[in-house]
Design a protein around this ligand. Sequence first.
Ligand code: SF4
Length: 427
Amino acid sequence: MTLPLAPLAGGCRDVPVLKQRGQHEVFCGLTGIIWLHRKIQDAFFLVVGSRTCAHLLQSAAGVMIFAQPRFGTAILEETDLAGLADAQAELEREVDRLLSRRGDIRQLFLVGSCPSEVIKLDLARAAERLSAKHAPKVRVLNYSGSGIETTFTEGEDACLAAMVPALPQTDRRQLLLVGALPDVVEDQALDLLMNLGIEDIAVLPARHADSGLALGSNTVFALTQPFLGGTHAALERRGARHIPAPFPFGEEGTTAWLQAVAREFGVDQARFDAVTTAPRARAKKAVAQAAARLTGKSIFFFPDSQLEIPLARFLTRECGMTAIEVGAPYIHRAIVGLDLDLLGHGPTISEGQDVDLQLDRCRAAQPDLTVCGLGLANPLEAEGLPTKWAIELVFTPVHFYEQAGDLAGLFSRPLHRRAALRLEAAE
Ligand code: SF4
């Protein structure tokens, strides 16, 4: 019999949060294009930015030059930045050229960057004009991926939030899964939900523009990623209702997430147990194997992906780790509140970042493992502190039962590597 998880009496929902603002070390929201362009298969992402933005995308995505890429950069030249050229008109010309060459594009995202924000290029107006011109074949939307005050996962949030107002209305009672998961993981989630008897399920983002995705006041939605605060708000504005749940990381998180959805759809306990017992057992076994090296070890999270709170819940409850500090760029209680309830009292919960002060706290604590961005990982490794890159957690399939062991493995691998290096050095 599966019982819903009860919030811990000593959970972290109401603990005082350490809030700091200062220099922060994160990638910008353009990074999201790297997984979004694979997910939305008829979309093109046109970054309106500088050569730096183009380099970031090229190097992060490793594009083959002979492939027809589904993202690119309209580079703002010095004359644009100095206000000497009509950047709006040039952008519209570029889009016309792109769409006339590429008949496969059905959705075009104009993605703002630091330079386009600084010169206040009105991409919303450009998207509106271009959408009117190229409708119904192509829908043109815009969002910002600028690095000014944003973290890398906010790019996906901004992209999905931009899609919501353009979706058609429906009165259908349906479940909407929200978050860009690798196709294989999304298919596993859909299988589990359909086996529970939930038939009308849609996914945001849909893989194609003509998927029939629509929403309305009979839509209930479950988030699969904790960084979708803007999308959550946009969906509620359209009348959809959120199903609050812990996030589907690990056996326990996945079961709690499925239970929340099952309760909403009146799935009976016998059916729930019949569907989940076998994958739960597999997930528990896989986590136990990978977690052997994690038990009793301490972990420190720098704020980066916004996955920090649910991951700390998974690592402390299912892998036996102790969290010293759990830093998140933003804490949306409506979204991660249930994970905070399940996270045992003890760690410092921090929001925002003053990186030098946080590095001091990390060095003083000497954690066994530190989760941080690429820019901090090398210096910390050089000081002898094993690290895990936060960005890997977004690129790697980590959700739901079948990935639970791999998720634990992502954290145990750096410790294993460090132990192997020590052995080698001792020989
Ligand atoms: S959007 Fe800003 S932070 Fe990101 S690559 Fe472009 S200039 Fe750099």
